[in-house]
Design a protein around this ligand. Sequence first.
Ligand code: GSH
Length: 264
Amino acid sequence: MDDCKVFYVFVLDTMADKVVYNNTQSAVQGRVGSVMVKKLAKFDEMLKKSTSGYLVGDSPTVADFCFFGMTSILQERMKPLIINYTSIIAHYQKIKNMKSIDQYYKEEHKGDGPLEKKGLELVYFDSVGRAESIRLACRHGNITFRDIRVNQDTLTKMKEEGLVPFGQLPVMFIDGVPLAQSIPILRYVGKLSTCTPQLYPSDDLVAAKIDATLAQIGDLVQPISVLYHPEHHGWKLDEPPKSGENTKKKCAYTYERHYVGSPR
Ligand SMILES: N[C@@H](CCC(=O)N[C@@H](CS)C(=O)NCC(=O)O)C(=O)O
């Protein structure tokens, strides 16, 4: 039995009664939406209480850029979801109006060509997604980097060449050495930043608060990812379950289609 099957059998045996079987796209969207709304309300509350308007302390940190990256996506694609969160909107505007960021958005960003494996090179798709926060933190923190924008074919090629540690983007190359995962990359550039104060502080407690905020933003981004790519999370069935259907059979169907049959 392969590992994937072992995991599936374990989940089925221990969780069968608790698993929610209605995984049609609209059912998932409804559940995901309610999770997001609760989490967004918490951030709105947090920002309302902030005297500086930033998420942690009195100056911008990587947490603000991370949050801005996420709210940019919501502004672009799910505006009605955040329109009533006035403090979140105010935070979005505050970051957008920062001199460095305002200047960034006056420029055109089409990417800096292919990977050269020299200096700092951020590889991502030609979109905001999980990389914009890193691009903006670099700009505000005076960090020079090459902005490499690739398509799916180039990502596939890079994976074949063993250049993408966990098979996904963004990846930051540091003199050709790849660092994966958007949050650790953001923390890394925060430590390299030369603005005053730095975007990621040396004080352990403040740094831990920033980490906690980054983790919470990660929890908020995850449901968005489920909305856009339910199949990557095992949440999408090709056909809705019928009432009275054998749930184990349905689960097996999900497993076959979306775990065994998954291209990744
Ligand atoms: N936890 C990872 C998630 C990375 C991720 O989901 N990347 C997506 C784009 S946002 C990707 O590379 N998708 C293409 C694929 O999986 O082939 C991070 O924060 O960097």
